[in-house]
Write a protein that binds this ligand. Structure first.
Ligand code: ADQ
Length: 551
């Protein structure tokens, strides 16, 4: 034992004596052995962190994120709260099948939970979810985290999800000239459902000390406050995946104060861009009592401080050797085409689908030499179809596509190939890789992950991204062809330019964007968010002394 203690002091990682004798010094030996094990673990972790620090700007990976989270939070699980579940179970005849929803939030959060483990609380919305279970391990073949499902009654879902979240807050935050609907009954459901989800999160983290909670999106503006009220020791971040409008626009919401107070329950609020953070801080400054510290991008109310910072979300951008094998380029087109364009969207009025199709039409009118040579494939996933505005949009899109194909199409050639269904990520990747250009024409979009997925899916530089300047992504992807989607003529010109672009310029632009997405990936996003969260002292409320963070 003496020999071993000496070696330990020199900093050598030596294993403790295996069986300390059970004599007089037995208990002491046991204690020392335990201490030594802890020391060894801590030293190994510190060395790992030092190595990561040394690498400085090195790329964030799933493994690095895992190590980082373990370092900062120990073995403590992470709790995520979102409306959409990462996997829903749906009936398929007599069988039950897994479905990964078409959602930017799920695309972004799934790799994080996979890396870090924990509990993801979400609405069980699949028609076979109850059969499969309320608490399940995911991924099913090798579980890394737990999905805890919350069940909603039809009227709760109608009021909270379709009503206040999607007919109220969604159009309120997106500047697309869609009038928000504010119904008191929806708001009552929204509050109650926020409480219900918060209660489930509280239940899941009952025995966890100083838990880390990541609340997601506009469905849960109030949950952070409910969680912190019961568990002031929790560190809560709220990430808002959609834009934040200016204060005049937000000011039409009858329950604006309560929404802001609910959000400010969080210790950290993240948006995609600094612009959205500034809009939010200005809204707070003009709407409720509290001090906005512009130097620090924080809101102070009583003893509680909420930091408001940008975290531009991204995709996993897997390195080539880990990327799943992709099928051959889609062989579904009638005839081989010279130039393939691709669009991938949920059917939503913020995504600018009619505008995009009109621009394509204009392109074929102005440059008829490209008829029969260019095909645009649109993958469109029906979304929120119970809301009348969404049904109306779906019909409008069918009509535009039909008209363009009738009027411009020729025997054996359809300018727009429209696939309206949910697609597997593998299928989408195959289309991304086969295309020469991708069009993202959102009228307003927090970030837009399709733009980043298109870039990440490629292993060549031979493609062009046409990107709306009203997306968060346009602030980062400066080498895309930026367009104003309301300007049909301008977007048609961008399509023409993409097709005629010299190979050298195409490669130059794409290689810059690939390097950017590779570095600014989703693991970095999570790392930055978590790292910011650890800087926040625990027990942040009157009468409770703030304990230092674990770092
Ligand atoms: P969304 O509005 O859902 O996300 P986006 O970021 O483009 O928009 O993500 C859509 C996701 O759904 C992508 O992963 C895409 O591949 C997938 N998808 C689209 N069409 C599909 C189809 N037909 N079948 C299957 N999958 C499909 C919100 C905000 C965005 C923000 C994200 C993440 O509105 O601005 O980028 O959250 O924060």
């Amino acid at each position: 034992m003496a020999e071993w203690t000496k070696q330990l002091k020199t900093g050598q990682p030596v294993a403790p004596p295996s069986d300390a004798d059970a004599s007089l010094f037995g208990p002491l030996a046991g204690e020392v052995t335990g201490l030594a094990r802890t020391l060894t673990r801590v030293r190994a972790a510190a060395e790992r962190e030092a190595r990561l620090r040394l690498r400085g700007e090195s790329v964030w990976t799933e493994e690095r994120l895992k190590q980082f989270v373990q370092m900062r939070f120990g073995a403590s699980p992470i709790f995520v709260l979102s409306n959409r579940e990462p996997v829903s179970h749906v009936r398929d005849g007599a069988a039950i099948r897994e479905l990964q929803p078409a959602s930017g939030l799920v695309t972004a959060m799934a790799p994080i939970m996979f890396a870090c483990g924990g509990v993801w609380v979400a609405h069980g919305s699949g028609d076979a979810d109850r059969i499969v279970g309320e608490r399940i391990g995911l991924p099913a073949d090798d579980p890394a985290y737990t999905l805890r499902r919350v069940w909603l009654e039809p009227d709760e879902e109608a009021g909270y999800y379709y009503g206040f979240a999607n007919e109220g807050l969604w159009p309120l935050c997106h500047i697309v000239h869609e009038r928000p609907q504010f119904r008191a009954a929806d708001w009552a459901h929204y509050r109650a459902v926020n409480e219900k989800f918060a209660a489930t999160v509280l239940e899941e983290m009952e025995r966890v000390e100083s838990p880390v909670v990541l609340v997601q999106d506009y469905h849960f503006a109030l949950a952070s406050r409910y969680i912190k009220r019961e568990r002031p020791d929790a560190r809560v971040a709220l990430f808002w995946h959609i834009p934040w409008p200016n204060f005049e626009a937000f000011g039409i919401c009858p329950w604006q104060e309560e929404i802001l107070l609910g959000m400010l329950g969080a210790d950290l609020i993240g948006f995609h861009t600094q612009f959205h953070c500034n809009n939010f801080l200005e809204t707070v400054e003009r709407t409720i009592e509290g001090r906005v510290e512009w130097d620090d991008f924080a809101v102070v109310r009583g003893h509680h401080t909420t930091h408001v910072l940008p975290f531009p979300i991204s995709v996993a951008a897997e390195p080539e050797e880990r990327a799943p094998a992709v099928d051959d380029p889609p062989a579904m087109l009638e005839t081989p085409v010279e130039f393939l364009g691709i669009g991938v969207e949920r059917i939503d009025y913020t995504k600018g689908l009619p505008e995009r199709f009109r621009a394509l039409r204009r392109f074929f009118e102005r440059w008829p030499e490209y008829r029969r040579r260019v095909v645009f494939v649109q993958l469109a996933s029906p979304s929120r179809s119970r809301i009348p505005r969404y049904q109306q949009l779906q019909e409008e899109i069918h009509e535009i596509v039909r008209r363009i194909n009738d009027e411009i199409g020729e025997w054996g050639w359809q300018p727009i190939v429209y696939h309206e269904r949910h697609h597997e990520h593998r299928e989408i990747r195959a289309w991304y890789r086969a295309a020469q250009f991708c069009v993202v024409s959102s009228l307003h979009d927090g970030m837009n992950l399709v733009a980043k997925e298109f870039i990440a899916a490629r292993d060549d530089d031979d493609a062009v991204l046409i990107l709306s300047r009203f997306t968060g992504a346009s602030r980062e992807l400066r080498d895309a062809l930026l367009v104003n989607p309301y300007d049909i003529e301008g977007t048609a010109e961008a399509i023409h330019r993409a097709i005629e672009m010299a190979p050298a310029e195409r490669r130059d632009r794409m290689s810059h964007m690939r390097a950017h997405v590779r570095e600014q990936n989703i693991f970095r996003w999570a790392g930055m968010l978590m790292s910011e969260l650890t800087r926040i002292p625990r027990g942040d409320r009157p009468g409770v002394t703030a304990a230092p963070g674990p770092s």
